[in-house]
Design a binder for this molecule. Structure first.
Ligand code: ARG
Length: 588
């Protein structure tokens, strides 16, 4: 903090050096604690909320459960109130007290902090020394990559960014559906329809095609399924002959996926999968459950009775002895804990699998693992109606391609602008991907939504392209005003001219909230709060354009202060976009 501000007592869990709003809140809390004994500073701090409708911060007095009437409490605070460099005024309104920050301090301290911290603005160290394993995307090899997998990918990448921003060590894992009876089917199908050439060209597509064909055969020829089961049995027994092809299929599919994730700006530290869960872990889990009296036999199959917990009966081993999805998740979790000793493990899986996840979490808890309480299921709703104009979508690259094509057509509608774009291919792909991501993260995770190419790729409304446009416009200010750059040391910039603009104040206030936006995202695991922030900031900037001008402003002092404001806005908007895994564009 600049030395001009009064000093403040510390409050646990706050850090004014990374979030200047913590300082403003402490200053308000101190006024409350001083006036309202026995209220402690910490209790008071917890009651300082963001205000609504133009109020900076609001305190709901009844929440403190203090003796005396609300009006009397309010009067005590107001009687003692003295304006200082933190807080300019207080207003009493029914059960609430509204505090208005000192505008000069608000703007100066916020812009200073953004400048001083650079790309670290918004980060905090609450997760220091802690490790989280986040599993997301997790498509099935040889089956289609559906929108459910896309949502898991987008939300998971966001969470990985949020945890990193909060100081956690993050291990991101992709748990491929690379095991199970369908690989017996594919093996049989590969003998009939496989081509090494096609496989090398596009493993994902070729294996899917084979899977579709052999499934059709299986409808009319019962032998196909028998043969497939036999083959999978051999795979589970670890027969090298049976595993050789499968290994190559997996490897080539992963390679292809990696390239596509790269286009989405998504990365994994770890490509694991159902196949990687060791037989020992699975057997060990079943044995332990058996010893604990949790296993029931049912016609040769083994199941855990979870009816007491309203979770039904969960089969953990089939009649023929082969393992299943649930058991692999149980064994897999145990292995991950042994290997990574995580403090938290997050599974980003569709709400369609709520029961499955609740079952294996419960089983792990019943098995007595203390870390079972550190497992978190981040779920999400369904997406309806995603198809390309050529038909149903089954592959990730079709999704990216369609987004790019639709976006490209949108751009061509404005001939003049289109001519100015340097790399229309790259730009339309990036805009298309941004459109998909924003549409996906705009509402609360659990909501279902309908996929709509036109809506998500429009430049109007709260869409991905609009957000990119807002960033590009900010990025262009520097290019258009080279005479102002580089800006002088920030202490030499006179911000007095900004304090009279309500637009500038609003922008600065929003920028100051960003560290809190990040913290809320960590708590709720909701990308929608960050999306809302990015649009609010974009709207505030767009309303400022006409009056808070830089180009054409003859007063150079004024122009420099505004330039500083817009550059700060650009940096924070870009940070929020990156948090959402979006690559901010410089031009479009
Ligand atoms: N591959 C699965 C599917 O497509 C999703 C895996 C989710 N993760 C897990 N640990 N079960 O349905």
């Amino acid at each position: 903090m600049a030395s001009s501000l009064p000093s403040l007592p510390p409050v646990p869990g706050t850090d004014p050096s990374s979030s200047v709003f913590d300082a403003f809140r402490i200053s308000i809390a101190k006024r409350l604690a001083d006036a309202l004994e026995p209220l402690t500073l910490e209790q008071a701090y917890a009651g300082v909320d963001y205000g609504k409708k133009g109020e900076d911060f609001t305190v709901a007095l009844p929440r403190f459960r203090l003796p005396g009437k609300v009006d009397e409490l309010a009067k005590k605070v107001i009687d003692q109130f003295q304006a200082d460099d933190f807080v300019a005024s207080v207003k009493h309104d029914k059960a609430f007290l509204h505090f208005q920050l000192n505008t000069t301090s608000l703007i100066r301290e916020t812009l200073n902090q953004i400048h001083r911290l650079g790309s670290a603005y918004g980060c905090n160290s609450s997760g220091k020394g802690k490790k989280v394993l986040i599993e997301y995307s997790s498509p099935n090899i040889a089956k289609s990559f559906h929108v459910g997998h896309l949502r898991s990918t987008i939300i998971g990448a966001f969470l990985a960014n949020v945890y990193k921003t909060c100081g956690w060590e993050v291990i991101s894992a992709n748990y491929l559906g690379d095991w199970g009876t369908q690989f017996g089917l594919i093996a049989v199908g590969y003998d009939k329809y496989g081509s090494q050439d096609e496989l090398q060209k596009d493993a994902i597509k070729h294996l899917f095609d084979i899977y579709v064909k052999i499934n059709k055969d299986a409808d009319t020829d019962p032998d196909v399924k028998l043969e497939a089961a036999k083959f999978f049995r051999r795979m589970e027994d670890g027969e090298e002959d049976a595993l050789k092809n499968w290994r190559e299929w997996r490897e080539l599919s992963v390679k292809k996926y990696e390239a596509e994730y790269d286009r989405l700006n998504v990365r994994f530290d770890l490509y694991t999968g159902e196949s990687k869960v060791g037989q020992e872990s699975i057997d060990g889990a079943i044995k332990r459950l058996d010893e604990m009296g949790l296993i029931e036999d049912h016609e040769g199959a083994k199941l855990v009775n979870l009816e007491k917990y309203k979770l039904g009966k969960a089969v953990v081993r089939k009649k023929d002895g082969t393992s299943i999805y649930l058991t692999r998740d149980i064994g897999g979790a145990v292995e991950r804990y042994e290997k990574y000793k995580f403090d938290k493990m997050i599974y980003v899986i569709s709400s369609q699998q709520d029961l499955h996840v609740a079952q294996f979490f419960k089983v792990l808890e019943l098995m007595g693992f203390p870390w079972a309480k550190d497992l978190v299921h981040v779920n999400y709703g369904l997406v309806q109606g995603m198809s390309t104009r050529k038909g149903t979508v089954v592959f990730l690259n079709q999704i990216i391609k369609e987004a790019t094509t639709v976006m490209h057509e949108q751009m061509q509608k404005n001939e003049e602008k289109y001519q100015a774009v340097e790399d229309p291919e790259m730009t339309s792909e990036e805009l298309g991907i941004t459109g998909i991501k924003i549409q996906d993260m705009t509402a609360k995770r659990i909501n279902n939504y309908t996929f709509n190419w036109d809506r998500m790729l429009s430049f109007e409304g709260d869409t991905g392209p609009y957000l990119q446009y807002a960033h590009v416009r900010l990025a262009s200010i520097g290019r258009k005003n080279p005479h102002l750059l580089p800006l002088p040391p920030r202490s030499e910039i006179n911000i007095d001219t900004l304090t009279t603009s309500a637009h500038a104040r609003e922008i600065a206030f929003l920028l100051g909230t960003y560290p809190d936006v990040v913290k809320t995202a960590l708590k709720t695991h909701e990308p929608s709060g960050v999306v809302t922030f990015a649009f609010r900031l974009s709207h505030a900037i767009s309303s400022a354009w006409e009056t808070v001008i830089v180009k054409g402003e003859e007063d150079i002092e004024k122009a420099k202060a505004r330039m500083w404001l817009y550059e700060s806005a650009r940096d924070v908007l870009a940070a929020s976009m990156r948090l959402l895994s979006i690559r901010p564009l410089e031009r479009m």
